[in-house]
Design a protein around this ligand. Structure first.
Ligand code: F6R
Length: 367
């Protein structure tokens, strides 16, 4: 059932060209130039007239939510807040019937997310679900939603569900932006053409980085700490990269927005600190270059995720992972793949049980 792979996690990482494609299938109709999502379309006025969208989730799904905030604010210009379900439910949040809540949950069973939704529902908010498990508790309590068609995710560390969540959030942002006039037709058409090509780019990244990430992983088996840095859309991708590493390898890792480094974490950097930097060409590249210079000056070990043909960051890096170029909004999907592989191989070389890490459960049904 692992399809020849040693672990479910590796199988699921490799399924991503297909799972992202399946998530878009029937929704992204490139030839007609439309995005078809019944759940959004049937309630489009709720979205259009929303005071704001509140995204509620936990863990990896919360990271997807942060990227959703960037997407929806940029393309649909609707204000978005992203909340940890466990914090939201206990802080007496202000919710009105003009709010739209988007819940993101792979399992659809996360207790805190469920409780937060019940609260939002009581206050009259419209609830939209992005779940992977069909007919799960969260899917059932929502007013409408879109399933991620990632297929069953068995590995405890979420991989293909995450990229499928990003795919849905991208479709929602583009659909709403097109509808409310914030996303012009020409840009819409070029974005959806690019989105359509993402499964191929994931395939390419899997092929070009699989061996490379294994080799890099060998050098970090004994590491005790890691920093992950990114800016813009890739800041949440850095958080997710760090979470993947810590949950399966038990190495302490932190994700940070690259510019926040100088407000504290830079104190940690010396020749023993590995730092993963996500620095594709599109999206604050020049700013990232100067962040990398600051790290280099302190002799941090730099693992850089860059676009093919990159020079400036690559010259300073100890390890270079190349990914194909995409618009900034798609780069977390592509950049996450080698970070999943890196975390996977570091954990495997440390002898950890990657599919079932200690202390973790696939669905967290207690708060
Ligand atoms: C990370 C991970 C967890 C889940 C979190 C939310 O790899 O698996 O952080 O993302 O427990 O779970 P769902 O999405 O099922 O609500």
């Amino acid at each position: 059932e692992k399809g020849g792979y040693e672990h479910f996690m590796l199988k699921e990482i490799f399924e991503q060209p297909k799972s992202v494609h399946d998530t878009m299938r029937g929704r992204l109709l490139l030839d007609e130039g439309v995005i078809k999502m019944a759940g959004i379309w049937d309630h489009v006025e709720r979205f259009k007239n929303a005071n704001r969208i509140i995204i509620i989730a936990c863990g990896t799904s919360w990271h997807a939510g942060l990227i959703g905030e960037y997407l929806i604010e940029e393309y649909a210009r609707i204000p978005v807040e992203v909340e940890y379900a466990s914090e939201f439910r206990y802080r007496n949040p202000i919710i009105t019937d003009k709010d739209v809540v988007i819940a993101i949950s792979q399992s659809g069973e996360t207790a805190d997310t469920m409780a937060a939704l019940k609260l939002a529902k009581e206050k009259g908010a419209f609830i939209y679900g992005i779940c992977n498990v069909v007919d799960s508790s969260i899917a059932r309590i929502t007013d409408a939603g879109s399933y991620t068609h990632a297929g069953p995710e068995i590995g405890v560390a979420s991989t293909k569900a995450f990229t499928a969540q990003l795919t849905i959030l991208t479709l929602i942002a583009f659909k709403l932006g097109k509808h409310n006039g914030n996303l012009g037709n020409a840009e819409f058409m070029s974005l959806i053409a690019e989105l359509d090509a993402i499964p191929k780019k994931i395939e390419e990244v899997l092929n070009t980085t699989h061996e490379l990430t294994q080799n890099i992983a060998k050098d970090f088996v004994k590491a005790t700490n890691f920093l992950y840095l990114g800016r813009g859309y890739n800041y949440p991708a850095a958080l997710e990269g760090a979470l993947k590493l810590k949950e399966i390898s038990y190495i302490h890792a932190e994700g940070y927005p690259a510019a926040e480094m100088k407000h504290g974490p830079i104190a940690l950097i010396d020749e023993n600190m590995p730092i993963v930097i996500i620095a594709p060409k599109k999206g604050h590249y020049d700013k990232i270059v100067s962040n990398v210079q600051e790290i280099k000056a302190r002799k941090g070990k730099i693992i850089a995720v860059v676009n093919k043909g990159d020079r400036q960051v690559s010259e300073m890096a100890d390890y270079v992972i190349e990914i194909p170029e995409t618009s900034e909004c798609f780069s977390p999907i592509v950049a996450s793949v080698p970070l999943q592989l890196l975390a996977y191989y570091i954990a495997v070389y440390r002898g950890a049980n990657v599919d079932q890490p200690r202390n973790l459960a696939k669905s967290v049904t207690v708060e």
